[in-house]
Design a protein. Structure first.
Length: 405
């Protein structure tokens, strides 16, 4: 049906409804031909994809995707990948493919694997709810398996799907160390090279030495679960409360009467001074007496802490003799001289808080209008507050409202 006028005649005569009805045939050749015809009718035409979906074909096409006949798989999954471009039919597609999508990616025909990878890529790029649901270790490993397919088209589309699931707003999400290792050790092609570059930017050039801590096969005790062994290697901050390591982020409101709250409050107020940039010392020529710490929320992000913990171990071993000169940092800001850890302050608009809690401070924030939304930190609360909009009036140059930390 390469002729557009012919397609229009088929649609006008009720051909879509007839073809959708014929999908229920028990003959596989009829099923394949009807699915192919529906795909041809809608080819390069978003409005026709919607017409086909409106005719009620989604449940039937999703059922045919699991057909043992490779041709039925091929044409039904092709039609599904096209309908997935229609936003209102994404939920029905994902519901009907639930339980079979991953299995089809594993054992379906090569054409079906390619088409379903395209579907995953389309869904992940435009629908955050489904992107989060699909971004689990098992599903991502299935896509990595397809990355090694001998079929170049399957490799390409699987790589695109993996990228759309794991890269959000230009920033690579946290991946489990074994998965990072698989990517770094996989063959060299365009998709894998791109991901290796992203991983190096996120974890550092010596990423393999970092993840070796978390993927070491040497565990204490016969049969001990590797993931449990990795968790037991990590020393968490003493203030952290118990939490489920499978979950990414836990938020804990620090009680105002606790020692942790009072310590942080004192640090914030003590550094609420203006730094004279012409000399390396602090001057209390200007400060914000109205600043009040109303609430402190501790963000316990296990993947980020794990990466930080193993990185500090590597730094402490490699650069044990490297210590920051006293002149550059006031004693109160240095928390661990063996790894040059410092207490720093960052002020960001409220609109970015959820992204920071999930992804950490990533370089892609620098592309946004204000540098303080990204990697700009201070050892001084006064300067940090000066680089973020006022929480009350939203003005960046405000000096009259009562700042809130």
């Amino acid at each position: 049906m390469g002729d557009a006028s012919l397609r229009d005649k088929v649609i006008a005569s009720g051909g879509i409804v007839a073809l959708v009805h014929a999908l229920s045939s028990e003959r596989s050749n009829v099923q394949a031909s009807c699915a192919e015809a529906l795909g041809n009718i809608a080819l390069h035409n978003a409005a026709n994809w919607k017409k086909i979906a409106d005719a009620g074909c989604v449940p039937r096409l999703c059922a045919l995707a699991s057909s043992p006949d490779p041709e039925v798989q091929r044409h039904s999954t092709w039609a599904i990948s096209g309908i997935a471009k229609t936003p209102e039919y994404v939920d029905p597609i994902m519901t009907n493919l639930e339980g079979s999508l991953q299995e089809l990616l594993k054992s379906g025909s090569e054409e079906a694997q390619r088409n379903l990878a395209v579907t995953v890529s389309t869904v992940a790029a435009k629908h955050p709810k489904h992107r989060i649901a699909l971004r689990n270790e098992s599903f991502l490993n299935t896509l990595l398996d397809l990355w090694g397919s001998p079929n170049s088209m399957v490799r390409m589309e699987a790589g695109n799907a993996f990228r759309d699931l794991t890269v959000v707003d230009g920033a690579l999400c946290d991946l489990e160390p074994p998965m990072v290792k698989r990517i770094m050790e996989c063959g060299m092609d365009q998709n894998s090279n791109e991901f290796k570059d992203r991983i190096r930017r996120k974890y550092g050039d010596d990423v393999m030495s970092f993840i070796s801590y978390a993927t070491d096969d040497k565990t204490e005790g016969e049969g001990q679960d590797r993931a449990t062994a990795v968790v037991e290697q990590i020393e968490f901050p003493e203030e952290w409360t118990a939490f489920d390591h499978e979950a990414r982020v836990h938020e804990v409101v620090v009680p105002p009467a606790s020692a942790e709250f009072k310590r942080i409050e004192q640090l914030v107020k003590r550094t609420n001074v203006q730094l004279d940039t012409s000399r390396i010392f602090f001057m209390r020529t200007k400060h914000w007496p109205k600043l009040q710490v109303k609430q402190i929320v501790r963000v316990q992000n296990y993947p980020l802490w794990r990466r930080f913990y193993f990185a500090t171990k590597e730094i402490a071993t490699r650069d044990s003799k490297c210590v920051l000169p006293e002149i550059y940092l006031h004693d109160q800001h240095v928390s661990n001289r063996s790894t040059n850890e410092c207490r720093l302050y960052h002020a960001a608009p409220w609109s970015l808080i959820n992204q920071i809690k999930q992804l950490g401070f990533t370089r892609h924030y620098q592309a946004v209008e204000c540098a303080s939304k990204g990697m700009l930190f201070f050892d001084n609360m006064h300067h940090a507050m000066n680089h973020a909009p006022c929480p009350q009036c939203s003005r960046a140059d405000c000096d009259g409202c009562a700042p809130t930390a």
